[in-house]
Design a protein around this ligand. Structure first.
Ligand code: NAD
Length: 248
């Protein structure tokens, strides 16, 4: 199938589907300037092993080193703007053509773009909490301490070490993942955007989709089971799909 046929096909799927969800990964944010994990050459895997540095055991073993390695990378995400792909999904939702977005990203760009029904299954960068007494704080409370030389940042109530509300390797998934699994029960069409579908358990969600479309630059392990695969840039694909929907 040629590119334009694929775009028309996806627009047709969306138009006919009674319940459509998007599942997004780091690839949807690369056009905003945030590197993903696994893109050849530019992915973070090429620089370090995220499984070694972003784990619960690394945080507990040496929280100061954990923040030295990770905090700058994460806080840089907060100044980034959404791109055409994030805006296209928000627009599909506002037009009643998409019922929600399940995202693995912690960058907050779907929310910034206007998506309302959102499951942030790997957490977010808005808040942090104390590992001792569980008191919650805005992220700035942690970042300001780090920038003023207090590392690891600590709880003002009990002095415990603070941690971000992102899901680290070795963490269990939280209530957003439970919500996403529940939402998948109603889903007729799942559109995966910018994910290598290699991080479990999120990568098992396509199993529950009755119809599956994958928009990803590179092949994924799910391609054989997908109804449509578009190996192209998320921003242009979703912009073209919006234009095709207008003509239907
Ligand atoms: P991944 O890096 O494993 O895969 C990203 C996929 O996106 C790759 O297969 C790549 O080919 C594709 N891609 C890159 N740019 C694209 C584009 N413009 N259009 C279409 N496809 C594109 O990412 P993952 O599957 O999300 O898993 C990595 C884990 O790390 C996830 O938990 C993820 O959320 C997290 N992570 C998040 C961020 C973020 O919040 N922005 C950044 C890096 C990693």
């Amino acid at each position: 199938m040629h590119y334009s046929e694929k775009i028309n096909c996806l627009a047709g799927f969306i138009k006919k589907s009674a319940h459509t969800l998007a599942l997004t990964g780091a690839g949807i944010s690369t056009e905003s300037g945030i590197p993903d994990f696994r893109s050849p050459g530019t992915g973070l895997w090429t620089k370090f092993d995220p499984i070694k540095v972003a784990t619960v055991s690394a945080l507990k073993r040496d929280p100061a080193a954990f923040y030295e390695i990770n905090l700058d990378r994460w806080t840089r995400y907060t100044g980034v703007e959404p791109n055409a792909a994030h805006y296209a999904l928000a627009r599909l939702e506002s037009e009643g053509l998409l019922q929600g977005v399940i995202t693995q990203n912690i960058d907050g760009l779907h929310r910034k773009a206007g998506s309302k029904q959102l499951w942030e299954v790997h957490g977010h960068l808005r808040t942090c909490h104390c590992m001792g007494c569980k008191e919650s704080y805005p992220l700035d409370f942690l970042v300001n301490q780090f920038n003023d030389g207090t590392n690891p940042p600590r709880c003002k109530r009990c002095g415990g070490v603070l941690r971000l509300d992102v899901v680290l390797f070795e963490d269990p998934l939280g209530e957003d993942f439970t919500g996403a699994v529940y939402a998948m029960n109603k889903c007729r069409l799942l559109i995966v955007v910018g994910s290598s579908l290699q991080v479990y358990p999120v990568a098992s969600l396509p199993e529950r989709a009755r119809q599956l479309v994958i928009i990803n630059k590179e092949p994924t392990p799910w391609d054989d089971r997908a109804d449509l695969v578009i190996n192209d840039m998320a921003g242009s694909v979703l912009t073209d799909v919006l234009a095709a929907l207008e003509k239907l």
